[in-house]
Design a protein around this ligand. Structure first.
Ligand SMILES: [Fe+2]
Length: 242
């Protein structure tokens, strides 16, 4: 791994919720990774419980997450012992967007949402070049932050022994629940009003790391790209959340 310090990653994720770099993998590591994950299936989800299981699938990923710049960042950000819970491979072509309301009703990744796990880190590796106008990730920068009023309310609720493990957005969740909508979604009009969007695309080997409390979606554009997006994702949670 090239030198990007754990503090640099930590600072970026604390500030924006997302860190993107072309310099975390060397060329030979990228090639090895593509070879290790050359599946025929378009989707493969492997639940794991420890890093030795990850090692069975990929020495490259194992070495990557064992590198102190990554392991220290994960530990500091999650404030706990980081546990890799899932290896997720996806190969998907850009599909035509339905109405946003339908995407949300279907629980689709094409609409802005946060994952339901609370504070969770996903480390993603592009296994193929991805064009600018494609289905790369769109991430609402700084949307991972729980606002001060939510923090204050949670502080008092936790004192009273309620919502002990709650570490995700509160208002959006209950607003949706009240309106009988999918709880973790936000309409793009509101997201685009409140946040700047980071579009992730680039060369094979690009690594992007984000907090899944931030609102994100799989991108789309009028001009549909012909080549599929190939991404490998590792999920990390703090041990106490398991
Ligand atoms: Fe997601």
């Amino acid at each position: 791994m090239e030198l990007v310090s754990n503090d640099t990653i930590l600072k970026e994720i604390n500030n924006n919720g997302i860190f993107v770099s072309e310099n975390l993998l060397k060329n030979n590591e990228i090639e090895r990774l593509c070879h290790e994950f050359s599946f025929d299936e378009d989707v493969k989800i492997i639940d794991i419980s420890n890093l030795n299981e990850l090692k069975q699938f990929s020495e490259t990923l194992y070495n990557f997450v064992q590198n102190k710049n990554i392991s220290k960042f994960l530990e500091d950000y999650l404030g706990d012992v980081p546990v890799c819970t899932t290896i997720h491979f996806t190969r998907c072509k850009q599909t035509e967007l339905k109405s946003e309301k339908n995407e949300i009703n279907d629980g689709s990744v094409m609409a802005f949402h946060n994952d339901d796990k609370g504070k969770q880190i996903k480390i993603n590796f592009l296994l193929k070049d991805l064009e600018k106008n494609s289905n790369g990730l769109g991430y609402a920068m700084k949307s991972h932050r729980i606002n001060w009023l939510e923090k204050l309310i949670l502080y008092f609720l936790k004192k009273l022994n309620y919502m002990k493990k709650w570490d995700k957005h509160l208002f959006n969740y209950y607003k949706n629940k009240y309106k009988n909508r999918k709880v973790n979604y936000m309409f793009s009009e509101e997201v685009l009003n409140k946040f700047n969007i980071k579009h992730v695309y680039g060369k094979k080997g690009l690594v992007y790391i984000f907090d899944t409390n931030g609102f994100h979606r799989q991108g789309h554009s009028a001009q549909v790209s012909s080549s599929p997006r190939e991404v490998l994702t590792l999920y990390f949670l703090g041990k106490k959340k398991l």
